[in-house]
Design a protein around this ligand. Structure first.
Ligand SMILES: CC(C)(COP(=O)(O)OP(=O)(O)OC[C@H]1O[C@@H](n2cnc3c(N)ncnc32)[C@H](O)[C@@H]1OP(=O)(O)O)[C@@H](O)C(=O)NCCC(=O)NCCS
Length: 190
């Protein structure tokens, strides 16, 4: 068991999850625009399972996908955070866990810099607090808004790392993924 970490940025609290987050989380994952680059929208039951998996990840590692709460009005706007990659792919570190960063925000929170602000706080925690050697991120090639967040963070793509997501069947339109990496030294130098 690990003590869960919480973070603050200029406009956000990156916190562990509360039961009342389920209602806005369920609304977010039921929105087809938010889930455009995922295989399907999710039901409230699936949102609940997602929340439980995220809580279990925090309990095991101390970090995870933080719930994002706006400082100005207390609203839950989605999540951003760090996770242990749960599948094996060629880009994975054979010597230890591979840590990814990811984000998903409700549509009305897009276009205001919240995802990038939260990602910056999560990467500072990853590299300056947890002293991780590297963080990766991945998405489907067409997900430009997500790739833009990766690029804003200084993450870089080597096309040789691109991969087919092993959890999706052969021929699935969302199977191909681009992979971005950021090493601790790169983060500290920028
Ligand atoms: C991926 C996702 C989080 C990106 O959201 P986003 O709003 O584009 O990203 P940010 O919060 O960093 O905001 C950046 C935008 O806000 C603008 N912005 C406005 N005010 C800003 C401020 N104060 N600071 C920084 N940027 C600001 C930026 O100019 C940029 O606009 P642009 O896209 O026109 O260039 C969002 O599209 C999403 O949730 N998608 C669905 C889920 C998903 O696909 N997740 C990723 C799976 S891999």
């Amino acid at each position: 068991m690990a003590e869960p970490i919480e973070l603050r940025s200029e406009r956000l609290l990156l916190r562990t999850w509360r039961n009342e987050d389920l209602t806005p989380l369920a609304a977010m994952v039921a929105d087809p625009e938010v889930m455009r680059y995922f295989p399907a929208t999710q039901s409230t039951a699936e949102a609940g399972q997602l929340m439980e998996r995220v809580r279990a990840h925090f309990a095991e590692h101390g970090f995870g996908l933080w719930a994002l709460e706006r400082n100005d009005n207390g609203a839950f706007i989605g999540f951003t955070g760090l996770g242990v990659v749960g599948f094996n792919a060629p880009f994975c570190n054979p010597a230890g866990p591979t840590i990814e960063i990811g984000w998903r925000l409700a549509r009305d929170a897009w276009g205001q810099g919240f995802a990038s602000e939260a990602a910056r706080a999560a990467l500072a925690c990853a590299f300056e607090g947890l002293q991780l050697p590297e963080v990766v991120a991945f998405t489907v090639p067409a997900n430009q808004p997500s790739r833009a967040v990766m690029e804003r963070m200084g993450m870089r793509r080597n096309p040789a790392d691109d991969f087919q997501h092993p959890n999706l069947p052969d021929g699935h339109p969302l199977r191909a993924h681009v992979l971005y990496r950021l090493a601790r030294e790169q983060w500290l130098a920028q």
